[in-house]
Design a binder for this molecule. Structure first.
Ligand SMILES: C[S@@+](CC[C@H](N)C(=O)[O-])C[C@H]1O[C@@H](n2cnc3c(N)ncnc32)[C@H](O)[C@@H]1O
Length: 207
């Protein structure tokens, strides 16, 4: 589901970019995100601030940045043009990524999957495109936030079957991912951040 004009304004703001750069990136790094030299797909890239950070700060080898909204893709393309062949920006649905199975080292989700009506399909698709040993790095918005008066009044999200932090973590495990470090919640449980790993076939099965 696309953002409404109020959310577009909030997401396209300097405070949002600051939050991603100064708070979310260091926290995700502490939780185990390792992107340097990796082939990454960033889902729901918006205007491209996240992809820019992945390339500049985390030194990703290549980022495929996708968004459902062609206007966002156009803006991200302009922002990311300076990275040349290290980046590609496409209109695509996180539930139908234009990638073969197991071809990326990392999938990065900055606040996108809560916008997807059948959100478990987005989780399944992220797992599909990851190589064994690859990471799903996420910052998500929980049901706790979406039920707030402010979210319901000013923003638009799918209304049924939203997830708590625990349900999001459980869905990752249900799709075969491991959580070496437990995800963390922030702001009274409104946000959940973490790093899930797709096990390699040789990994020991947890007891
Ligand atoms: C809350 S914004 C987050 C944007 C950016 N990642 C950030 O953190 O600032 C959600 C983004 O997800 C995109 N989006 C929503 N549903 C999507 C889907 N099914 N597939 C890909 N992108 C989607 C929206 O167009 C929007 O750009």
């Amino acid at each position: 589901m696309l953002m409404n004009p109020v959310e577009t304004m909030l997401v396209d703001s300097a405070p949002r970019a600051w939050l991603q750069r100064a708070y979310e990136l260091p926290l995700l790094h502490r939780l185990g995100a390792r992107i340097s030299g990796q082939r990454v797909v960033e889902v729901g890239c918006g205007r491209g601030v996240g992809a820019e950070l992945l390339l500049d700060r985390w030194d990703a080898a290549h980022v495929l940045a996708v968004d459902l909204d062609p206007a966002m893709v156009e803006r991200a393309r302009r922002r990311l043009a300076r990275f040349g062949p290290r980046v590609e920006v496409l209109v695509a649905d996180v539930c139908e990524l234009p990638l073969d199975d197991g071809v990326v080292d990392a999938v990065v989700d900055f606040a996108v999957i809560h916008h997807v009506p059948v959100w478990r399909d987005a989780v399944a698709e992220a797992v599909r495109v990851l190589r064994p040993g690859g990471q799903l790095v996420f910052e998500e918005v929980t049901r706790h936030a979406l039920q707030r008066w402010s979210y319901r009044t000013f923003l638009e999200h799918p209304e049924v079957d939203r997830f708590s932090a625990e349900e999001f973590a459980d869905a990752l495990v249900d799709h075969g991912m491991r959580l070496p470090v437990p995800p963390v919640t922030r702001f009274f449980g409104d946000f959940v951040l973490g790093v899930a790993v797709k096990p390699a076939p040789t990994d020991p099965v947890p007891s």
